[in-house]
Design a protein around this ligand. Structure first.
Ligand code: HEM
Length: 351
């Protein structure tokens, strides 16, 4: 059995604005956050808002307009099929031997997934998966522009992932730039978001009981630390009709971070209890929206689950543990919610 410090001695420190959201608004349904923004955490009103209209393209996390171009649904579906095939293919191959998953997470998991899924793509494309590029979109676009302009680019017929083949097939600088932007858009959530989700689970609950299924661990960690902690909907006339407290010019921030800890909906809401999912259906549990609303649920969730389960399986059989000396993890205020760093180290017995 790993010798990790048990989860109850670990402290999760939210960035001040996230902590203030939890302190000030937990259990509320509709509340003003800014002069032009309303927060929504009540599960019934959340449901009515998200069912009132489809997301506009500027509100969509993955397929918002790219280089000023709106992305039609047909193209978005084709890209999703492509990355889905790339993930399936990677999962169908034998795993690399002697994988070392020790080190800081989510970074370690991110690079493992990048190499597993995109390992055969040329460096200029894998470079787009660098976590440093999250810091500024400007830097991302400089790397994209450079990659699109340099000679020696990937060609159709090279041994590439489907996603990279789309880049190889693009003709002309502008099209290549667009295809590389799409590469990053589609591959980033597969690597960044999944490794963040797993890092959150490790922090919240490792070591897990041998009898606890990975699925329950994933659902429960997405409840307490949802990577997509807010869902944005811009002002729209439909919303004032849903609730009189919403003005026609108010943007809405729907907050699974709050509804998923609402004491009216969850027993022992702040406790990490994967066994609660023995009897709960993640698709219908009120207030539980880590993958969005039933009207428009995440298109990538069927990739997320097997990848996260694979990582958890590898870690649970690796002889690693969460560093027993680590007592605090910080959750910064970013679009993607997760612990900044969890250290995985060889278990004391194995050291
Ligand atoms: C832990 C991982 C992930 C989480 C927590 C997550 C969460 C979400 C959420 C909450 C939504 C609804 C957004 C809204 O209604 O505005 C959504 C939509 C979507 N997600 Fe995910 N997602 C994850 C991974 C992925 C991956 C790996 C992909 C694709 C490679 C993906 C592609 C999409 C797409 C295409 C949509 C529809 C909206 C759009 O076009 O952007 N997601 N996701």
């Amino acid at each position: 059995m790993p010798t990790s410090s048990p989860p109850h001695v670990r402290t999760t420190e939210f960035a001040p604005r996230l902590a203030a959201l939890l302190d000030d608004h937990l259990g509320q349904d509709v509340f003003r956050l800014e002069s032009d923004t309303i927060g929504i955490a009540g599960h019934e009103v959340t449901h009515r808002i998200l069912a009132a209209r489809r997301a506009r393209d500027t509100e969509r996390p993955t397929f918002k307009p790219l280089l000023g171009r709106s992305i039609p649904r047909t193209e978005a579906s084709a890209v999703m099929r492509t990355i889905g095939n790339d993930v399936r293919e990677a999962l169908g191959n034998p795993l690399p031997k002697d994988v070392d998953l020790s080190g800081p997470w989510p970074l370690t998991g991110h690079y493992f997934l990048r190499d597993l899924i995109l390992g055969r793509d040329p460096y200029r494309l894998r470079l787009l998966m660098s976590r440093n590029l999250e810091l500024t979109p400007k830097l991302t676009w400089s790397v994209v522009a450079l990659g699109a302009a340099l000679p020696g680019r990937p060609r159709p017929g090279d041994d590439l992932t489907g996603l990279a083949t789309r880049v190889a097939q693009a003709t002309g600088y502008q099209e290549r730039r667009y295809a590389m932007g799409m590469y990053r858009r589609a591959a980033a959530p597969v690597c960044f978001t999944v490794s963040t989700l797993v890092a959150n689970a490790l922090w919240l609950g490792f070591p897990f009981d041998d009898s606890t299924p990975n699925r329950n661990i994933i659902h429960e960690s997405m409840r307490l630390l949802p990577p997509s902690w807010n869902i944005l909907r811009n002002a729209s006339p439909e919303y004032a009709a849903v609730d009189g407290r919403i003005g026609e010019r108010d943007d809405l921030l729907l907050l699974p971070l709050l509804s998923q800890r609402d004491p009216a909906l969850w027993d022992d809401p702040d406790a990490f209890r994967p066994d609660r999912w023995n009897d709960l259906d993640p698709d219908t549990a009120p207030g539980y929206l880590p993958f969005g609303h039933s009207s428009e649920r995440c298109w990538g969730r069927h990739m997320v689950m097997p990848l996260a389960e694979l990582l958890l399986d590898l870690i649970r059989h690796s002889g690693l543990e969460v560093d027993p000396d680590q007592r605090v993890a910080r959750v910064p205020l970013l679009g993607l919610l997760g612990v900044g760093e969890v250290r995985l180290t060889p278990a004391a017995r194995a050291r």
